[in-house]
Structures are given as C-alpha cells and as structure tokens.
Design a protein around this ligand. Structure first.
Ligand code: SAM
Ligand code: SF4
Length: 326
C-alpha cells in the first residue's frame, strides 16, 4: 500500500495518454506548443506494465486524461486492458468530448465507467474564442452520447476565465435543473507558458458562487459540504443535478489528496502544482525490474509534497498542463 509521510493513503492514478489535443483552450496550451514525438510517449504495453505496477501497490482508481485522451490510437483497447487489470475498480476519463459521440459506446463496452467533460460555455462563438475551434455542437452530442452509453453520473468541468465566460456560468448552472449532471466550476491554475494569463484572469470559486446565487437564488448545500472528489457541492431547489465548486487555488483540498499522476512521457508527478517528479519510463526502458520500480514509486509517494504554495508565489514552471493531465 502506498502511504505518504503525512499518512495520506495514495491509491488514485491519473494517466495522461498524450500531450496532443484537438482543441487549444486559452487557459491550457501555450502558443507554439511543441509536442512529444510518439516514441517518447508511453507505448500501450508500457501503460499496461505501469497499470499492473500501481495496482500491485493498492491503486484501484484510474482516470485517463491528457492532452486529449480520445486522440490516442487504440484508446478502446487501452481502456479494456486497464479496466480488466486485477485490482482496478474504477476507470474514468476527462475529455473535451469532441470525438465522444462515436467513442462513448465502445469505451463503455470496454469498461470505462464515467466521463468528465470540459465545456466552458454554451455559446458557440465564445466556445470558438475559448478553444480555437468551432466544435460546440460535437461536444454537446458527445455529452449526450456519453449519458446514453451509461458513462454517468456525467460531470461537466468549467474553467471560469475573467473577461471570457463569467456570464456563462449561470446558463451552465441552469443545466442542472433538467439534467442529473454535476456542473463543476474550477479556479484557473497557473502553469508554465501561460502564467500571466492564468493568474491575471482567474475567477475565484467564491465569486462564481455569488454570480450564480445572484442570478438564480440561494444554492442549497449538499452532504454538509463534504468534498465530492475535489468539489463542494450545492443544488438549485428542484434541480436534478448538482453544482460543484473547486477551490483549487484559494482553498485547496490537499489534506484529502489521494492521487498522483503519470505524465504522457511516463514521469510520476507527485502533486499537480509542484515540480517534484520521478521518471519511470527511462528506468523501465533500461531494464529496471518490477521490484526496483515498486521501490522507486513507494519512496517517491512517501515524499509526496503536502500541497501547493501558490500563495507564497511558487508556481510550477517545469511543465504545461496538457503534458501532465489535469
Ligand atoms: N482534454 C481533456 C479535457 O479538456 O477535458 C483532458 C485534459 S485537460 C488538461 C483536463 C482538465 O483540466 C480540463 O477540465 C480543463 O478544463 C482543465 N484545465 C486546463 N487548464 C487548466 C488550468 N490552467 N486551470 C484549471 N483547469 C485547467
Ligand atoms: Fe486540450 Fe483539454 Fe487543454 Fe483544452 S483543456 S487544450 S481540450 S488538453
């Protein structure tokens, strides 16, 4: 079992399947981004080896992310292999849903249980402004296909960006009246390549909460505000779904953190917002044994940082988010 020096049990692995993406979200990818060549990314068999390694250490929950995970060749086969690994109980995916209308059924059949879909506006023009592409219709179809395929409860991720989509949060929150979805509003986090924009245009979750309450009335807390993953949840009276707020910057959930990440190039990232990392792919390719890799992982996890230090001005600058996986 993997436990860190603060006593947190770490059993949730997020795997970035690629740094490539079919969108260019304004808060995510720097302009002129160069991508890893395919050979530098974890290959399918290497992903399966790492999945077995981590499940052997008590990891039972996996989220596939990126870049855009649905762009990965053999994505259905990968999901099948991961979800049929001994000890893995839950496999989910974070996706922009552009390709999901075709893939939702096959992915569900392969063993995918849930998706989180990123959608920051319901306005096609703003969608293009925020993502660089005219693709809102496909995303919407993707969400509906995911629901039909049983990949629920559907969670929608909204990054709120000052000067772009603050007014849109109300329409997005309103979706929960008709749909049993969780619409989650996320504070924009700073990484390399876009730091000034990410810090300058960040809207706090508290501000988003007020924007929604001012337009729609009081939000009712759900579950005494116990965190659902990383979200504090509320609902509108009579709504089928819930509204979540993720205070990733202003009030992070580090105390209950149970996760680490594997970047697309096979590096273990111990905290999203800290630079500390451990390369696993190079030793694997150089012939390290499973025992050696296990020892390396356990030691790195033990030393997992407590949490971020954004308030002290420490911004992680060694990677951009689409390499790490959100
Ligand atoms: N391409 C997929 C997607 O967009 O859902 C998966 C990868 S994306 C990096 C994962 C999540 O991170 C998305 O929900 C995205 O909105 C979020 N994200 C990207 N950049 C962010 C930032 N600077 N701060 C907070 N969330 C961010
Ligand atoms: Fe691509 Fe997701 Fe980043 Fe948007 S947030 S550019 S969809 S990886």
């Amino acid at each position: 079992m993997a436990i860190d020096r603060f006593g947190r049990r770490i059993h949730y692995l997020r795997i970035s399947l690629t740094d490539h993406c079919n969108l260019r979200c304004i808060y995510c990818m720097p302009e002129g981004m160069t991508f890893h060549p395919y050979a530098e990314l974890m290959q399918d068999d290497e992903i399966f080896i790492f999945t077995r390694l981590f499940s052997g250490l008590g990891f039972d929950k996996i989220r596939l992310t990126g870049g855009e995970p649905t762009l990965r060749a053999n994505i259905v086969k990968l999901v099948h292999g991961i979800s049929h690994t001994d000890g893995i109980r839950s496999v989910s995916m974070t996706t922009n849903a552009v390709l999901l209308s075709k893939l939702a059924g096959p992915l569900a059949e392969a063993g995918l249980q849930r998706v989180n879909v990123s959608i920051d506006t319901l306005d096609p023009l703003k969608f293009k402004q925020l993502t660089g592409f005219d693709n809102l219709e496909n995303v919407w179809k993707g969400i509906l296909s995911a629901e039909q395929a049983g990949l629920g409860p559907i969670k929608l991720n909204v990054v709120v960006v000052r000067g772009f989509n603050e007014p849109d949060v109300v329409e997005l929150a309103r979706l929960t009246l008709q749909h049993a979805w969780q619409v989650r509003f996320i504070e924009m986090m700073p990484f390399a390549g876009k730091t000034d924009f990410q810090t300058g245009q960040m809207v706090t979750a508290a501000e988003t909460h007020s924007l929604i309450e001012n337009a729609m009335g009081r939000l009712v807390p759900v579950n005494d505000q116990t965190l659902d993953g990383e979200a504090r949840r509320f609902h509108l009276p009579g709504a089928l779904g819930t509204i979540g707020f993720i205070y990733s910057v202003t009030a992070p959930f580090c105390g209950s953190c149970n996760r680490v990440r594997l970047t697309a190039d096979g590096v273990l990232r111990l905290c999203l917002l800290r630079e500390s990392e451990l390369d696993l792919l190079t030793p694997l390719r150089n012939g390290a044994s499973q025992d050696q890799l296990r020892t390396m992982v356990l030691e790195a996890v033990y030393n997992k940082p407590w949490g971020h230090a954004l308030a002290q001005g420490e911004i992680p600058l060694n990677r951009v988010l689409n390499e790490i996986g959100g």
